[in-house]
Design a protein around this ligand. Sequence first.
Ligand code: ADP
Ligand code: MG
Length: 607
Amino acid sequence: MSDIIHLLPDSIANQIAAGEVIQRPASVVKELLENALDAESTSIKLIIKDAGKTSIQVIDNGKGMSETDARMAFERHATSKIKQASDLFSIKTMGFRGEALASIAAIAHVDLITKLEDQDIGHQIHIEGSDVKAQTKVSTPTGTGITVKNVFYNVPARRKFLKSDPVEMRHILDEFHRVAIANPQVHFSLFHNDNEVYYLPIQSLKARIIGLFGKSMAEKLIPVEEQTDFVKISGFITKPEASKKTQGDQFIFVNNRFIKSNYLNHAVRSAYDELISKEYFPGYFLFLELDPASIDINVHPTKTEIKFEDERLIYNYLKVSLKHALGQYSILPMLDFDAPQSAFSGFERNSDSGQSIIKPSNFTPQHPTQKPSQGDIQSWNDLYGKMSVASQSEAERNISHLEKEHLHLSEEENLLVKDQSSYIPTQLHQSYITFPVRSGLMIIDQQAAHERILYEEFLEAFQTKSIATQRELFPINISLNPAKAEIMRVIMEKVNTLGFDIVDFGNDSFLVHGTPAHMDSNQNINTIIDEVIDQYGQNLELELGLEDNIARSMAMSSAIKRGKKLEPSEMSAIIDQLLACKMPTVSPTGRSTSITITLNELFRRFQ
Ligand code: ADP
Ligand code: MG
């Protein structure tokens, strides 16, 4: 038999390599921005068409390339950044693998224009699927411009699996944010479909964060600055009361490189442990600087993972540094550590006082996003408006229970106790509602249940437009960052159907004239809206319909949480409303809303 092994042609080898480096348009953006930074640019322009599916262009004023280098740059393992293996341990540039341009050129139509400072004339190269189609001399300013069109044009399987434009754009924005935060000394601008999304002049890190995430960030940031022999930690973290229910504005950079590390994220979160309750996340923009020899960034082709020589030391040091920063903001001394705490309650924020007063949640039974509950049925009624059946007579409620049982519940759950009126539901650890049923004991997760209730209410409200609006005496002005403003414009009309009255005020500002009538007027509207937008952005991955996504985001942002004390009338209302739902057994995100411990099981356990 003849020999059968042969070397793959470059174009195929590059396409295979591309699979590792280029997953989506955002990966192209990342690589091109990093190359522009490595070329010591001070001004970088990113121009996107159709979320990068049609075209991605990066124009820099960096050092440019010679005619030969311009061509060499597209060869695999072609790099100017390392010469020998030992250089790997002292890397200061973003790139060094020499794979990015070769990979991009293998799966797209690429146009490169570049000129060195000391030359009069520049060079242009056009490449399609690794083939150089044209190379010409051109007149162009110093620096490099690369245009990448039709990503994955020759890899249909990949192209087909690109997500919707908003999802792909979200990924591009994520990459852009990372690069822009790490380089406030560079001027960036970003255009999407001819709209200017960001214009970021050379500025301080704080100004850059505000430029990216909106003016409201200004009051939220606490500076961090700590140094020891082996690591320097700097940047900003957000005040505990500015924490959000969504993860998002969280960035850790090691030697100015964005990294993903659950371990370090955990360290940051643990510094806030006594300050915020479990479902909240602080924002952070942290920079760790340490000897390149003590880390290994080579572990992942896209270089977002990292190995530290002494991980535990970094963890502890980070945690202590942040506690120190938080303490300096005289937040820690205000806490009363002797206060009794339940398993789930953390600390809740008093957001309407305007001050950073933080109290253990036991002292503030209301969740900040909830209407104060006096325990009377009326306030609960206000809170949940038409959904509440608490105003019905006891007898009516019992009848409605019995009807609903048969309509919606599983066999087991169908066995609700008959004489329900004599039973008052109890709350366990301010998180679960316990309730006897004929087959045993039902335990309802108050948060999951309320999410389900609100979700269905909102979905229905899109049809019936039944949620009343409560007018604000003075309209509230919210200014959003460009990315959030773009989302706001998409969802505004629908959100207004759910009782808001928001109008576009231009320049990424919005005026809130009214809020849903059942929403507590003391609630911080900014926070709610911010959360709805964040949730909406995160849910885009799921490719839900617009209404579904908004209903889900609103439900998740405004549902009561674990840790909130409920009055018996409120618990009854939740039970009733849950049973009235079309799908009472799961939350909109698929969590169980209740479990039942059967008498059989109890019997077995006590044997
Ligand atoms: P790497 O960045 O890992 O070296 P790339 O494939 O991204 O590999 O780039 C290959 C080479 O092309 C770089 O090492 C650099 O010399 C050159 N290059 C790429 N982009 C630019 C740019 N915008 N300006 C100047 N040189 C560049
Ligand atoms: Mg590179």
